[in-house]
Design a protein around this ligand. Sequence first.
Ligand code: IVH
Length: 702
Amino acid sequence: MAAKKTFPAAKAPEALSEKEAKAELTRLSLTLAEHDRRYYQEDAPSVSDAEYDALKRRSAAIEARFPHLVGLDSPSLRVGAKPAERFEKVRHARPMLSLDNAFSEEDVAEFLARIRRFLNLADAEALEIAAEPKIDGLSASLRYENGELSVGATRGDGTEGENVTANLKTVEGVPHRLQTAHPPAVFEVRGEVYFPADRFAELNARQAAEGKEPYANPRNAAAGSLRQLDAAITASRKLRFFAYAWGEASDLPSDTQTGVVKALKGWGFDINPLMTVTHGLDGLMDYYRDIEERRAGLGYDIDGVVYKVNRLDLQQRLGFVSRSPRWAIAHKFPAEKATTELLGIDIQVGRTGVLTPVARLKPVTVGGVVVTNATLHNEDEIARKDVRIGDTVILQRAGDVIPQILGVVEEKRPAGAAPFAFPRVCPACGSHAVREEGEVATRCTGGLICPAQRSERLKHFVSRNAFDIEGLGAKHIDAFLADGLIETPSDIFRLEERYGAGEKAIAAREGWGAQSAAKLFEAIASRRTIALHRFIFALGIRHVGETTAKQLARAYGSGAAFIAAMRRIAEGDAAALADLDAIDQIGGTVAEAIADFFGEAHNTDEVDRLLAVLTIEDAEQPASDSPVAGKTVVFTGSLEKMTRNEAKARAEGLGAKVAGSVSAKTDLVVAGPGAGSKLKEAEKHGVRVIDEDAWLKLIEGL
Ligand code: IVH
């Protein structure tokens, strides 16, 4: 967006007035606090580390220039947010791998058979398998050097994790020093950090009491807790750790999997008490069923069991396939299911106007999480499953996946439950909602006024190829919207009357100053006169992109003619619709979308409001006597005397059609230096190729 250029944040700190500096510091402090919250508490950062660091540096630079503005809320003073950088990255000495999954008895049989084949084991030869629960937490690596914990890291991408040593030291089951008189020189212990169920319940009760969002599940809570900058917070969360594997090790205390893990227990680690050694398919399946039965009573979340070849020499021989060991597999439990009552179906309207049905459910616990709603996707999905309000529905939730409605228990359907009638009206704005042929989505047609779509539409309206209002960026749009300064596009041109003192009032807003406010009003004023094609494009009619907008502008010539024709189409005038359909390149889908748009009174009302404040310029009519009128032209390579956009606009002004690729239909290719494949295509199709100078000569004087 062009707006960035005049945004006050771009000013050098030295150029800021004190007032601007103060406003910006406040804004930066709030922004950084929000990023910290997302990163540390939700584990869902919305900016890259680099962007975050840039904001922090900016804040520090402004503070350095205006030290008296350093307030108690300054990011530089934030308690617990001390390090300038976030967690340091650590490269794992040995990569932290993942496991292949088995979902059925056949998968497990195949796992055993593959191992036997690989090792060339006779049927009679025993193959011991270590089995243990698969903990649903997050894995961590703890490096001990001469018995002292030196580095503790998260898994990260498996190759590189984050250094969270201080936090891992607060986790129960993690010794700071190996409890042995003769520790190995180097030993990396690997295992799972998890949130015990009772502590998770306490944490969420506390979150709720403090008015904070509860964590979705113990695993997210464990991840969030481990990545606190303040280790005291991690400590207060009372996480635990089970050791089950290792990375680099200068010595191994045993020659079996279970032997090493038991030695880890001797060194001070918690290990899972349900670890055992078994063999054969029946042995593994018995173990699996046994653990599945105990699952609910364990006091921590598990999502399956893990089988590992017990002998380390065999593990060594088996090795790895890509990122997982051939000697181990995770046997996952099936997704948990539950039934509950469908209390209602809400329709949510997305940013782009799509209506999504959401099931409102009587709260039910599935897979350790209380579920109160689930998506029903679209109209067809509801019909296919014949989901009706009042029905008892079957829910499924697997891991992180959003709960799904699998179907309905028909026997429990209450008498009189009627099939769901999908709305034909947008619940957010009352405009009519349509479903295009071949599409599953139902969309609101009231784009210009629909509150659900406001932000997107306004951003489109001011964007570079539409009204191109400099100084009105996405952030400003959202801030203006939030404060009720603007609601629809025409409000932008009424800012002055809607917002009291207008320019002065804007200048006083956070993040604004006299200069930026003046520039904004200048930019708005200069756009009160607008080219027809920009106006049409800015309306955000579905399927009407820039090219179509230009074609429409050229075909109708003036704003008045365009609007009059659109009104006739909306009133059902067949001749007007036929005219629209007849425009080159405009097909049925586009015509229908245009008819839908102008058929919505909310939109035409807004168009009227726009027309009242704008002057729309007539479209440039292509010179019919130009040598390129009606010709298809392709520009390729770099142009030296004009920009690509200029060249395109000029050619279109002369009646040419500018295409992006060369085909048999191309009439002329204008090639600058560096032209490549398009030139070859032109040769192939025998298309005439000229250079930039020849092109300029061709259109000279026109
Ligand atoms: S063994 C080389 N054992 O599951 C394989 N992993 O899906 C090392 N996990 O990234 C992993 N419980 O975070 C192993 N008892 C267990 C486990 C376990 C949970 C996790 C671990 C791993 C993931 C793979």
